[in-house]
Design a protein around this ligand. Structure first.
Ligand code: ZN
Length: 305
């Protein structure tokens, strides 16, 4: 097909115009909001509340994770039309799976691509979180990158309570999973035994199943929401990662600093999640896996998330 197009280009200038337009990124309008440079072909008010929220996310991340923010621009390409977005992805990145949005990191640019559909808020909060993180922490491990993106994709003011993941992480074959009177250890009342060391060992190019996304989110929710002690541990870990590029895995750091075995750490995390479920009004999880649309997310490449 490319050969055919090349031959046509020699004979018909209009074909060149057509081909170029199909491959172009949106660029008619540009809105600069701090680190974000938003490109689109349709009018979005510069003070749109979604853009306000995305801009504020930068400060949320800086405050919660206590790192120095970057000034590196993040280019956000917003397509108005889903079909044009799909066509662009198919032609520019033919190896990518079919997703609603994605983040691409190269040596020189941070880019987010999305279309203005019904999930654009969730999609942009997720992908822009990846971009903010990578502007400061290019070596962030996959599990933490995705866990933070899942936490911060939730609208502001909800403390990262991702209800889809909460539904998924409760044991699906046991209606008493969230019952505090159960004699089973907390870690055995989730959908599977939590294992942070396993998540830490995942290849950064791996495509995560939804169950892994849920566990990544759960560990991040535990770190940020269960105690000042765990939040401080996360901040210290990120600081070392920022300064040194790599550091002792967080599971080892936590076990040592908190004086816990791996099972005790899993119990601590599971207790937090079960309490979070009870507070959120979840009493059981007998309904099986949640009916959740497949998320746009990590695209199976170290520089695409
Ligand atoms: Zn992601």
């Amino acid at each position: 097909m490319l050969t055919c197009l090349a031959l046509l280009l020699l004979n018909a200038g209009c074909v060149r115009t057509l081909v170029n337009r199909r491959l172009d990124r949106p660029d008619r309008y540009t809105i600069v909001r701090d680190q974000l440079v938003i490109h689109c072909d349709f009018e979005v008010p510069a003070r749109h509340r979604l853009l306000d929220e995305l801009t504020a996310r930068r400060e949320d991340l800086r405050r919660e994770l206590a790192y120095a923010s970057s000034e590196e621009p993040i280019h956000v390409y917003l397509f108005e039309d889903a079909n044009r977005f799909k066509e662009f992805v198919r032609e520019e990145h033919p190896g990518f799976p079919n997703r609603r949005a994605f983040f691409v990191e190269s040596d020189t640019r941070l880019e987010v691509y999305a279309h203005w559909g019904g999930y654009v808020g969730e999609d942009l909060r997720h992908e822009v979180t990846h971009a903010y993180l990578h502007s400061v922490l290019p070596d962030i491990p996959l599990w933490l990158d995705e866990g933070l993106a899942e936490y911060f994709e939730v609208p502001r003011g909800r403390h990262g309570l991702n209800r889809d993941h909460l539904v998924r992480i409760l044991a699906r074959d046991d209606a008493t999973a969230a019952d505090s009177s159960s004699a089973r250890p907390p870690r055995e009342r989730l959908y599977r035994l939590p294992n942070l060391a396993r998540l830490e060992s995942l290849d950064s190019e791996q495509v995560l199943p939804q169950d892994d996304y849920a566990e990544c989110w759960a560990w991040v929710h535990f770190l940020l929401e269960s105690s000042t002690e765990t939040k401080t541990l996360l901040r210290e870990y990120l600081y070392r990662l920022h300064v040194d590029g790599s550091t002792v895995p967080l599971s080892s750091r936590m076990a040592w600093r908190l004086g816990l075995t791996a099972d005790q750490l899993a119990d601590r995390m599971a207790e937090h999640i079960l309490e979070t479920a009870r507070s959120a009004g979840f009493t059981d999880s007998a309904g099986g896996a949640p009916a959740r649309e497949e998320r746009p997310d990590t695209l199976g490449s170290s520089d695409v998330q």
